[in-house]
Design a protein around this ligand. Sequence first.
Ligand SMILES: [Zn+2]
Length: 271
Amino acid sequence: MMELFDSHTHLESSRYDGERAEVIARAQAAGVTRMLTCGSDVQTSEQSVALAQAHDGIYAAVGIHGHRACSVAQAHDEQGIDAIQCIADLAQQSGVVALGELGLDYHYELSTRQAQRMVLGHQLLLARDLDLPVILHNRESDDDMRTMLTQAPPVRGVLHCFLSDASMAGFALARGLYLGVAGPVTFGKMEQLAAILRQTPLDRLLIETDSPYLAPHPQRGKRNEPAFVVHVAHALAGLLDLPVEELARRTTENACRLLGVEVCAPSVGNP
Ligand SMILES: [Zn+2]
């Protein structure tokens, strides 16, 4: 059976409360044997670590999302709680394979741009210190993301849910980063994205759901879940004119390589 790695989900989301075990079971039944669940702040990072420690095949990323950057800055000022230090401590726990999700979001701008840059900058240094890959969120913030990645020490990582232009893809690939492909690849009319993905080396592509957000066609509009990464795999395989089994194998290998997770022995009969 085809094995898939959902390289970006938020399994700790309250939208799965009461149904999380079933969501995980459905993913495994669909061949999604590995998942990376990403925190967005200290609390959700702790929950992600607990999930990783409780389940084979679930790995955790811990970090402060750009959306949450202001609350971190405030907590630091008002209560002396150093959220970045909490993330550094969590990152040492078993099951943690990356820092994330981190980044900049100038679309919603839920935190000031300055706070987002500060919190991202601290965590890029942390990634270097801990030698962990980073799961990067970047929305309508290409210029500042480029500047920050250029100024920071080199990091391994992925631009998750990549929807930027060809020049940003070129920048990321030149720095050794991966591109994460999510639900929008299934939406159709994504000509610019399709052209970029066709020119991206196959060993730099990951697939993901970003669940519970961003459900792929034909589940669009519903709550997303890791099992639906199958739709992303089929759409990307079609776009790249590859058998879906090969796309699954290659993207799983890529995720394992980036995250330092052991690739399962290929099943009998595979070349
Ligand atoms: Zn996410």
